[in-house]
Write a protein that binds this ligand. Structure first.
Ligand SMILES: *Cc1c(COP(=O)(O)O)cnc(C)c1O
Length: 422
C-alpha cells in the first residue's frame, strides 16, 4: 500500500513550494489545541497558527459544535437576492467592534479577494463620481495577497516577478517614520488629486518579515490622507482578531480608515472567509437608478453560512475574558523572552507587538527570504516537534492563544539552543 506521503507526491502541488527540492509534506491527521499530530502520532507545536489563521487552537469543540448544527440547518445559499441569519449577525457583531466609520460588510472567501474588493470599491467609487483616477498608493515591502490586484499593490519581489508586466502600477512609499513623515506628506499632497486610495498593513508588515512601525507615525500619515481626501484601505487580514494584543490594529490608532479587509483569524482559522468593510460614503457612491453603478463582484461561496457561523463562534471566544487573559499572558511571556534575546550576540534585532514576536538572526548575510538559513532552521525545529516557518533569517512566533506557558517556554528554549547550534 502507498503511504499518504507517496499519494500526496503523486497528485498534489503545494503552495509556496519548490516541488523539485522540497521535503515531502508531512501528513497531519489530527489537531487539538496548539498541537498537530502526524500519522505516526508525532506531535508538533503549532507556533505559527498554521499560516496565521488559528486563534483558539485546532479542532475547537465550540466552533465545531456550532458549525455542525449550521451544516444541518443551512449549508449554503446564493447571496444575491437572498440572505441568512449567520451573515446578518456576523455583520452586526463585527461592525460593532470596528472603528465608527465602518458601516457595510461585503463578504468574500479569503484575504486576497477581500483586498481585491476593497480596491475595486475605491476604483469604482471615483469612476461612479465621474473622476478618472489611477494612482494607488501602497507601502514598500507590503503584502496583500496573490491574486492580480493584490499582487499589484504588494511590494515587487521574487513572488511577483514572473507576472510583473501584467500587474497594474502602484506608487510605493516607505512605511512612515518620524524622519520621513514630512516627505511622505508632501508627496501625498502633491498626488492627492489623482489618487484612488492608499492601502497598507497597519503596524506590522507580516510577509515582509514582521516589520513593525509606530502607531503615532501611522496616525499622522492617516490624518494627512484624511485631510487630502485620500481613501484609506487598512488591510487587517493578518493583524485582526487579537494578534497585536488588541482586537484590531485599529485599536492602537486614533485615526480610522475608509475601508478594512479581514480574513485569516476571522473564523478562528477554521474555514475560509473574507470580509471587506467600508464607510457609508463609499457605499452611497454605488447607489443609483443607473444599473452600471452597482458593484459587479461576487463569488460562488460569498458569505457561506458555515464560515459565517464559524466566525461568530470564534468572535464569541475571542471576546470572552478567558481568551483576553490568554492574549495578555502571551504578550507578557513574549516580552520577557524579548529581553533575553536583545542581549544575544547572534540576534541582529528583535521586535514585538502583542502576540507577535520576531527576531532577525545574524547570519553574516543580508536579511532576505532566500538567504538559505531557513533551510537549516525549519527542519531543526520540526525535529524538536515545533512548527516554525522562518521568513529567511527572520524567525517569528505567532501562537494560537490557547498555547500554555510550558509550551511557550519549550519553544523559547529551542530557539536559544538553535542559536547555539546553528
Ligand atoms: C495573508 C494576507 C493576505 C492574503 O490572504 P489570503 O487569504 O492568503 O489570500 C492579505 N493581506 C495580508 C496583510 C495578509 O497577511
Amino acid at each position: 500500500m502507498k503511504t499518504l506521503t507517496q499519494r500526496d507526491q503523486q497528485h498534489i502541488w503545494h503552495p509556496y513550494t519548490q516541488m523539485h527540492t522540497a521535503a515531502p509534506a508531512i501528513p497531519i491527521v489530527k489537531g487539538s489545541g496548539a498541537y498537530l499530530f502526524d500519522e505516526n502520532g508525532k506531535r508538533y507545536l503549532d507556533a505559527i497558527s498554521s499560516w496565521w489563521v488559528t486563534l483558539h487552537g485546532h479542532a475547537h469543540p465550540y466552533i465545531a459544535e456550532k458549525v455542525a448544527a449550521q451544516l444541518l440547518q443551512l449549508e449554503q445559499v446564493i447571496f444575491a437576492g437572498f440572505t441568512h441569519p449567520p451573515a446578518i449577525e456576523l455583520a452586526e457583531v463585527l461592525l460593532a467592534l470596528l472603528p465608527p466609520a465602518q458601516k457595510k460588510v461585503f463578504y468574500t472567501d479569503n484575504g486576497s479577494t477581500a483586498v481585491e474588493v476593497a480596491l475595486k470599491m475605491c476604483l469604482q467609487f471615483w469612476n461612479n463620481k465621474g473622476q478618472d483616477r489611477k494612482k494607488v498608493l501602497a507601502l514598500t515591502n507590503g503584502y496583500h495577497g496573490d491574486t492580480f490586484g493584490a499582487m499589484s499593490v504588494s511590494g515587487r519581489s521574487v513572488w511577483t516577478k514572473p507576472f510583473e508586466g501584467l500587474l497594474f502600477e502602484a506608487v510605493f512609499i516607505d512605511p512612515p517614520t518620524t524622519a520621513n513623515l514630512p516627505e511622505l506628506k508632501s508627496f501625498i499632497s502633491h498626488n492627492a488629486a489623482d489618487t484612488v486610495c492608499f492601502i497598507y498593513e497597519p503596524l506590522v508588515q507580516g510577509s515582509a518579515g514582521m516589520l513593525m512601525y509606530s502607531p503615532d507615525c501611522l496616525d499622522s500619515l492617516m490624518h494627512h490622507c484624511r485631510k487630502e481626501g485620500v481613501l484609506m484601505i487598512q488591510d487587517e487580514v493578518f493583524t485582526g482578531f487579537g494578534r497585536t494584543g488588541k482586537n484590531f490594529a485599529s485599536d492602537h490608532l486614533k485615526e480610522f480608515p475608509d475601508l478594512m479587509c479581514f480574513s485569516k483569524g476571522l473564523t478562528g482559522g477554521t474555514m475560509p472567509l473574507g470580509v471587506t468593510t467600508c464607510s457609508q460614503e463609499i457605499y452611497d457612491a454605488f447607489l443609483s437608478e443607473n444599473q452600471h453603478k452597482a458593484l459587479y463582484h461576487g463569488h460562488s461561496f460569498t458569505a457561506n453560512p458555515l464560515a459565517c457561523t464559524a466566525a461568530l463562534a470564534s468572535l464569541e471566544l475571542l471576546l470572552c475574558a478567558e481568551t483576553q487573559a490568554h492574549i495578555e499572558r502571551i504578550c507578557q511571556k513574549h516580552s520577557g523572552f524579548l529581553i533575553k534575546l536583545q542581549k544575544h550576540p547572534r540576534i541582529r534585532t528583535v521586535r514585538q507587538i502583542g502576540t507577535i514576536l520576531a527576531m532577525e538572526w545574524e547570519t553574516g548575510m543580508e536579511t532576505s527570504y532566500f538567504n538559505g538559513f531557513r533551510e537549516k532552521l525549519y527542519p531543526y525545529f520540526l525535529e524538536k516537534g515545533i512548527l516554525l516557518r522562518p521568513l529567511g533569517n527572520i524567525i517569528y512566533l505567532l501562537p494560537p492563544y490557547c498555547m500554555n506557558n510550558e509550551d511557550l517556554d519549550y519553544i523559547y528554549v529551542a530557539i536559544l539552543s538553535a542559536l547555539e547550534e546553528n
